[in-house]
Design a binder for this molecule. Structure first.
Ligand code: KG4
Ligand code: ZN
Length: 346
């Protein structure tokens, strides 16, 4: 069975075709992506109305490209999956509307997928897919959560951010340092040339007895330090501050994830979401997990950030488990706010 997945929750239009494998992990046949980052850069962040309009322009050409690359025609699509939420309402409506129209035209059912479930299950797109149960660290631009995952749709929240997400901390620190949008990857690149111990930035909630995170104070600390450096700051100081900010974010993410792993007694940690592409985070988690006799699973690097493959994959895994709420009535809604632990397994 082939599932077409459409992602349009924020500033990436993603389309992919995934094939279910009886008794095995679904296979990615083709995927295509268009990032709007360039378009939003001039505004320093995502402009929702522009995002929606661009999704409209991109989604069908991307779907055609995916089908061509997979060597399939429209009749090769058995289910059309789309991101139902969370995300920008107008952007979500584009993907959902196109998916439901395609489903109606082809006489195929549709399935609305939770965006974070897509991220969470995306390591199943890697060659060494994890087995359940595992601890998951979900780190994206809008979310920072630690979860215990016992199976598809069986998610228990262990901890989450009480203010900014980790991706936001990267993006806001990057903006302060004049690195533009989206800042995470740019900050990570600059940090390679800096000394992570140059500035003593706070590690919020590092020693709290729970698994929650807080990143809002860090942004303020970076701003204070940046102002102290003044207007004729040298390039090395900027790189040092980038490295120090990255180290502070990574230290907290890693410490809490490893504590969650140790507390749970589980031997697998899954990392998903855009910040999961961060190499320093990967190195720190890999080393820490090794000490615990555990190992860390990641999605393929290019599938850490938003994409259609994870949406098609989540739909495929739900279908395989008999947990897919397929619709054939041509109706749909989107859920701009939609907690992940609120989605039932059955
Ligand atoms: O998962 P994602 O693509 O979108 C959301 O669902 O939010 O995550 C985007 C976030 C942004 O904050 C971006 O700056 C961050 O992931 N990001 C990174 C890296 N690549 C993307 N942060 C740190 N290091 C990276 N290499
Ligand atoms: Zn995302």
């Amino acid at each position: 069975m082939n599932i077409l997945g459409i992602e349009s929750s924020c500033d990436e239009t993603g389309v992919a075709l995934v094939q279910t494998v009886p008794g095995g992990t679904p296979r990615l046949l083709a995927d295509a992506l268009h990032s709007q980052a360039e378009m939003h850069r001039a505004y320093g962040g995502v402009v929702p109305e522009l995002a929606s309009r661009d999704h409209i322009r991109r989604v069908l050409p991307l779907a055609q490209q995916v089908l061509r690359e997979a060597g399939q025609g429209l009749d090769g699509v058995d289910v059309v999956a789309y991101t139902r939420g969370p995300g920008l309402a107008g952007a979500l409506l584009v993907g959902a509307g196109v998916a439901v129209a395609l489903g109606a035209a082809l006489g195929r059912p549709t399935l609305g997928v939770h965006h974070l479930e897509g991220h969470l299950l995306s390591p199943f797109l890697a060659d060494d897919a994890p087995a359940f149960p595992f601890v998951a660290l979900l780190v994206s631009g809008g979310h920072t959560q630690l979860m215990r995952v016992d199976g598809v749709g069986r998610y228990a929240m262990l901890g989450e951010t009480i203010d900014d997400a980790a991706g936001e901390a990267f993006d806001k620190s990057a903006k302060l340092l004049g690195l533009g949008y989206p800042g995470g990857p740019a900050l990570a690149r600059l940090a390679e040339f800096g000394d992570p111990a140059a500035y003593a930035l706070p590690r919020p909630l590092l020693h709290s007895h729970d698994l929650d995170f807080s990143f809002a104070g860090l942004k303020t600390a970076v701003m204070t330090q940046w102002r102290k450096l003044g207007s004729n700051v040298c390039e090395q100081a900027r790189a040092d501050l980038a490295a120090s900010a990255q180290a502070a974010i990574v230290d907290v993410l890693a410490a809490k994830s490893l504590r969650a792993l140790a507390d749970s007694g589980l031997a697998r940690l899954v990392v998903a979401g855009g910040v999961g592409a961060n190499l320093r985070l990967r190195e720190t988690l890999d080393a820490g997990a090794r000490r615990l006799g555990a190992r860390v699973h990641y999605p393929p690097l290019h599938l850490c950030t938003d994409n259609g493959a994870m949406i098609a994959l989540a739909a495929a895994l739900r279908l395989q488990q008999g947990l897919a709420d397929l619709r054939r009535d041509g109706a749909f809604d989107v859920r701009p706010r939609w907690p992940l632990d609120g989605i039932a397994a059955a």
